[in-house]
Design a binder for this molecule. Sequence first.
Ligand code: BTN
Length: 310
Amino acid sequence: MTTREKIYRILAGSDVVVSGEKLSEALGISRVSVWKHIKGMVGDGIPVVSSPKGYRLDNDPDSLHPLGFDRRRTSVHYFRETGSTMDEALELARHGCPGMTVVVADRQRQGRGRMRREWDSAGGGLYFTIIVRPEIPVLRASLVNLAAALELCLLLQEEYAIQARLKWPNDILVDGKKICGLLAQMGTEGDLVEYLSIGIGLNVNNEVDAVNTPAVSMKQILGEKVPRREVLLGFLDRYERRLEQFDADEVIALWRRNNTTLGRQVRVKTVRETHKGKAVDIDELGGLILEAPDGSWQTVVHGDCFYANG
Ligand code: BTN
């Protein structure tokens, strides 16, 4: 355990202010050294409050600093600001990081959405990328992405009483307004998935950018600020459980029960073409089955989906 981790533990375990003297005794370092460590911690975004009596942790549940993630702290990589968590995650994935590694940032300068769109990443939102390493053929990768959107959707419903619904392939909507978007990248080894890097942008306490798409945040819906660490931890626990006991039929059944896409007339745009039809189902790999006016069926496996009526 590093000195910083030890300081964090002591402060986290105390209800009262801990003096510099007590910390220096417990750690066997000088008070100046304690002070230097604490200064560094504050610089890294750890909410340690100093007073003439000593130090205490302002255990801000909104803080995304890894030290607040208990057993997950070594797998959370936190940035106050970065270009995109997708790029940071790609580096980690290529260097062999374990599955369930998370990159999270308070802000992104170049947040990316699907179809080469920008993802507005103003302060207060939850922006993270999770790297998973399911041992599955490439063909089944979409199911693992679908499961991420599903678990986030169910978390919003069950823990926050938000009427969240899925929109194929990977959006989450509330009353037709976007609250969350997912972007996935994959590394492969032959026909197998080497890693999946799933980027998630959730409107939590941020001002939403509803210029192009109607959007909404958790704060707007609930009327109060929501601690982001709790949301992220809730998702990680659910998603990890889901991956450990992965059951594709169950994921698809739950997706069917919680979506707003099936039964609608849709347009699915890919970079090259647009498919139109009535969304009748998803197949066993998560592809969207469209029925054309002449009754023929076609399955689309990726693209951006637009509803004909709102
Ligand atoms: C979309 O709906 O178009 C997908 C949006 C995905 C945004 C997230 S925010 C965290 C991660 N980093 C990025 O640059 N993008 C994803």
